[in-house]
Design a protein. Structure first.
Length: 180
């Protein structure tokens, strides 16, 4: 009886090998957190690149002259060409982009009650012009251009519900039209 009590007391106070058990419990959680940080960082990087591409497209579409001429000098063509060039510079495939869902509802400059549809001729990017935009000071009446689209991101985090799910990241930019 004393032998059994002493054996149980010895096992209860023994600490050899505890570090291995603790490491076996903590390391998988630590690696999952590190993987999550990496993949969320990648998603944030893509978000920044497509937002910059939408801003470049809106800026190019707002100009009265041709920035990236390939035969046509329309705001839609300028905007789409600039978005594609910016995405290619960021090592993103412009053919993977799609129209935003739902399509943004913006109002026409001439008739503030009717909406402006996405420009025709491009399947991947929603270029709306001329649209009524609001300045940062709250004044209305500015006429501009809006560029918006979505880009896919495949999130990879094993053993979670996010594993291999496609997340659509949205980008939108609005710029007032230039006159000169």
């Amino acid at each position: 009886m004393n032998f059994a009590r002493n054996a149980i007391r010895t096992l209860a106070t023994e600490v050899r090998g505890a570090e291995i058990a603790e490491a076996a419990a903590v390391l998988p959680l630590m690696f999952m957190i590190l993987l999550g940080i990496f993949w969320f960082g990648q998603a944030f990087s893509i978000y920044g690149a497509i937002t910059r591409a939408a801003e470049d497209g809106a800026r190019a579409g707002s100009l009265p002259y041709c920035v990236t001429c390939t035969g046509s000098n329309s705001p839609q063509t300028n905007a789409v060409n600039a978005v594609q060039a910016s995405m290619l510079a960021s090592n993103l495939d412009p053919t993977l982009a799609r129209l935003p869902s739902p399509t943004p509802t913006l109002y026409s400059c001439s008739d503030s009650t009717s909406g402006v549809d996405c420009g025709s001729g491009n399947n991947n990017f929603c270029v709306q012009t001329p649209v009524l935009i609001t300045s940062s000071l709250g004044a209305t009446g500015l006429c501009g251009i809006s560029v918006s689209f979505q880009y896919p991101y495949k999130f990879w985090l094993p053993f979670t519900s996010l594993n291999k799910q496609v997340i659509w990241i949205s980008a939108t930019a609005r710029v007032r039209m230039e006159n000169r």
